[in-house]
Design a protein around this ligand. Sequence first.
Ligand code: LLP
Length: 386
Amino acid sequence: IEHGRPQRAEPWWRGERERLLALAAHGTPAYVYHLPTLRERARSLLDVEAIDRRYFAIKANPHPALLCALAAEGFGLECVSLGELEHVFETLPGLDPARVLFTPSFAPRAEYEAAFALGVTVTIDNVEALRNWPDVFRGRALWLRIDLGRGDGHHAKVVTGGAASKFGLPLSAFDAFVEHAHKLDARISGIHAHLGSGIVTPAHWREVYAELAGFADSVGTVDTIDIGGGLPIPYKPDAHPFDLAAWAAGLAEIKAAYPRYALAVEPGRYMVAECGVLLAHVTQVVEKQGIRRVGLDAGMNALMRPTLYDAYHGIHNLARIEEATDTAFDVVGPICESGDVFGAGRMLPAATAEGDVALVADAGAYGFVMANRYNLRALPREDVLE
Ligand code: LLP
């Protein structure tokens, strides 16, 4: 045991093998979400006292059962499109719009109008919106998303700060934005930054809070500082879980230094990634010129993350979980693209065969919601375990 760093707990699915095999028998590919794990993640954030408001970034997984469970734990919901806004109000009738945050990117004017009509909190990240659509923003309370000039994240495609990124108001435009908002009698009530997804340094968020507090002080009307999402999960077997205690301690410290602001966070992945698995059946096992391949009935259409970001997901043969994992296989899908590979050189039981049920771990975030019907393959099913 390595001291001082959190250790990974046994994944929930090891204790749910029978139920998972029964669900797989109803048809694969299938995503399965474990609500107790979701609630456990929610409560771990409820325990962080420095945080005043928690929004779940529903883009990570908008499944109604998950949204209801998180709303019941007191979470607000962060939406990035009118579709997501409509979805949360349909899923949770009577939801207080004060618990909903709208943080779109390059959205059409009509979506901002619709968001204000719904009464949700609206974030904008450029001065052009104010200039071009004065009537939309006149007299409104607004949150401002700032680009702090740098980004971070598990892959270049999920870094959302710096000059190369389309997100956020650059610091050089800050004064112009504040002045223009003032002219429109719009009140900047929140300051926001989200620098990327899968950031592994716990100190990142306290630094963001400190920087944003400086801007908030200079605006004078701000009541809330939103330090974004981006919390990681340990996808790889040798990765440590995120050090939530170090994260919380940093936030407590910085909050004590700038106590006038409510502190908001908006995680997606951290809440839902580990509660979800993707089940698939093995279709064929083929050896070609020294490389053994296991084919699954789920491919890059069902889970894009490996192809899109070279993301790692653990892959296990649920049908042979007691057998030694002694043989290297490339695990591939049925899509007609060379990139349709879930993992190369993965250790699985030598006897892995057609009809076995494979489990792709940590697939609850950015899984089903990014699935598509490429090659006219069916969308995966979704199931929920209480
Ligand atoms: N807030 C904003 C403004 C965001 O853009 C995002 C994610 C989040 C919060 C939530 O980030 P999280 O806590 O989940 O890291 N499809 C990619 C991730 C894209 C993230 C997009 N924005 C993936 O599968 O890794």
